[in-house]
Design a binder for this molecule. Structure first.
Ligand code: ASP
Length: 343
């Protein structure tokens, strides 16, 4: 009996070794995904030329492809978020890095934050004037300092000591933002009612950038970078560099990057609230985002939007404004780029 059993066992082993490996189905590989935004606000078809619209769509597609390719090749969600945001920080189209809005003193003050969903580590900078890529400064704060947030001159100095690229303040200036500041100041000088002024200011904002990603190891990351709001005074800081408000990531739930009227997003603790609704109430990322943006932020009078991704690759792109520059790439590399709310 024994030799026979051994023979059967040996031929089974041989068969297993020689048969071709079963084909890997896409659905069997762990999901990856990436979502970006380039700001939310009163983005209307009638205010946009076909050339400008095409430029936004192309740059969004270019940025997200950078992150997607990294994820596809096994890079971490942290790297994908950082490199994707670099593309948007380098583009004068967005209110982040080059092309950032101007303060009342005609200077630039940049804010950014990053969060790693696997470790819950986070880093942020606010009011920097010389760092070419503020998102990288936020990541360096997370990795190489004992702190979470640095501001002003100290943050610029830290970024320089970390070997990040430092540029002259003039690098960030664009004619478009110089003109926006002029227009906001003129509006301020006219005796507009406070409701008109706030509507005007609201329309002068947008272009903040953000990215959330899920990598093949199941790790989530989120990052946000902005110049803040045109004509800001007194070293005003918005939600973008505030962990929990503008940015949040937790492998147990989701990664979120927000854009909008920062004061309302801070008060609503938007990014963390979406994660909390998922964690404590078991809501989906879409339902949690809808409640926070359309019910909670809107009830306070705030406007804006978020992009988010959960730990299975489900996404949310939610706004209560007429538009939000946004794009998504899923595991299969299907690209979606949208601008207007009704797309
Ligand atoms: N949230 C940014 C801020 O308040 C601005 C924006 O997203 O458009 O600074």
């Amino acid at each position: 009996m024994r030799p026979r059993i051994f023979g059967i066992f040996a031929s089974f082993l041989l068969l297993t070794a020689c048969s071709p490996a079963p084909e890997q189905k896409n659905s069997a590989s762990p999901p990856i995904g990436i979502v970006i935004h380039g700001g939310a606000g009163t983005i209307l078809r009638e205010n946009m030329t076909p050339e400008i619209e095409a430029a936004y769509r192309e740059t969004l597609a270019e940025a997200i492809r950078v992150g997607y390719t990294l994820l596809k090749n096994g890079a971490s969600s942290q790297e994908a978020v950082e490199k994707t945001i670099h593309v948007m920080e380098d583009s004068p189209l967005f209110n982040a890095g080059k092309g950032a809005v101007l303060t009342a003193d005609e200077t630039i003050e940049l804010d950014a934050s990053f969060m790693n969903g696997a470790t819950l580590d986070a880093g942020a900078i606010s009011g920097v004037k010389k760092v070419k890529h503020p998102i990288s400064a936020a990541i360096k704060v997370m990795e190489n300092s004992p702190h979470v947030m640095l501001s002003g001159q100290g943050a610029d100095q830290f970024a320089s000591e970390q070997g990040l690229e430092i540029v002259e303040p003039s690098y960030f200036f664009t004619e478009r933002r110089i003109n926006s500041l002029k227009r906001v100041k003129e509006a301020e000088e006219q005796t507009l009612s406070s409701a008109q002024t706030s509507l005007y200011l609201r329309n002068q904002r947008y272009g903040t950038v953000g990215c959330v990603a899920l990598d093949a190891k199941g790790n989530l990351a989120a990052g946000t970078s902005t110049g803040g709001m045109t004509n800001k005074k007194w070293n005003r800081i918005g939600d973008a560099p505030i962990i929990g408000a503008g940015t949040y990531a937790n492998n147990a739930t989701c990664a979120i990057s927000a854009t909008g009227w920062g004061e309302y997003f801070i008060r609503s603790v938007v990014a963390h609230d979406i994660s909390a609704l998922m964690e404590y109430k078991g809501l989906s990322i879409q339902e949690a985002s809808r409640i926070v943006i359309h019910e909670k932020v809107a009830a306070l009078g705030g406007d804006g939007g978020i992009v988010g991704i959960d730990n299975r690759g489900n996404i949310a792109m939610e706004m209560n404004t007429p538009g939000m520059y946004r794009a998504h790439m899923d595991s299969e590399g299907t690209l979606t780029v949208k601008i207007f709310q009704d797309e």
